[in-house]
Design a protein around this ligand. Sequence first.
Ligand code: PLP
Length: 295
Amino acid sequence: MRLPFTLLIDPVPADSQQQDFNGTFHEMDSSAPALRVGELSTQRGDGIFETLAVVNGHPQEIEPHISRLRNSALICELPVPNAEQWRAAIAYAVSRIPQRGEIALKFVLSRGVEHGPAPTAWLHASAAADFTAVRTKGVRVVTLDRGYPRGVAERAPWLLMGAKTLSYAVNMAAIREAHRRGADDTIFLTTDDFVMEGPTSSVVLRIDGGYVTPAPSGAILHGTTQQSMFDYLRARGFSVEYRDVALDELRRADAAWLVSSVRLAVSVVALDGDPFPADQALTDDLNAYLLARTA
Ligand code: PLP
């Protein structure tokens, strides 16, 4: 029942008939060495991952996360994860960690050791940071050029744009650039000024009373939290839409949010140094809804 908690996983092929996955994963001492130096995840960032939240013992949105992991594997030409095995590993991990509070559960599939026989996989649970302040005060955001035009995913699939790969160095650099500019976070733009996503979040805007998010057409991730937010909004009778969003529309929006699995929804309160309208009441309600999810 302690954190951090680590589980090493021997990946089973997706088409295996195996039903019982006990024995395909084992607990590790989180402070002990677990990976080989030749690991391509560490050498080249060549792997994929997901992070889901466990809130008071409830892992949230397991199926959308597993399905995005499988999609990332297809894009990266990694062995497709066995969904049953990952469900079993997540259930086991959740049974071994504290049943109160907010926990980040990260699961990773790497191409493995160079010239090695098999991919490597693991699951790691740690206490989530305390996001109370940012959930209530919001974030100051700068827009940054991601360096690619709209449509890049179709033109250059080898850029792996729609995969959640371990190569987050660029994403972290964008957050540092935001800090240098006196902001907290970033919204990436295409070179032709369309809104993409944050370095660790999806972007949702309210425009003329309707809710809009950039279409996850291959260049950005399809956020699991954004999907939950759309469920929440649809159930309350609001219109929701996936479509291209130009920078001009972001500037004119009634409100905007960055949403992600562990930090949840945060209001954008400043954009490129100018104050930005926020709907904190909706943010509070939405976060209460997101925290109360039990699946
Ligand atoms: N986009 C990127 C680049 C991300 O890293 C993340 C989450 O980490 C998201 C979007 C939001 O995805 P989710 O809501 O599934 O956490």
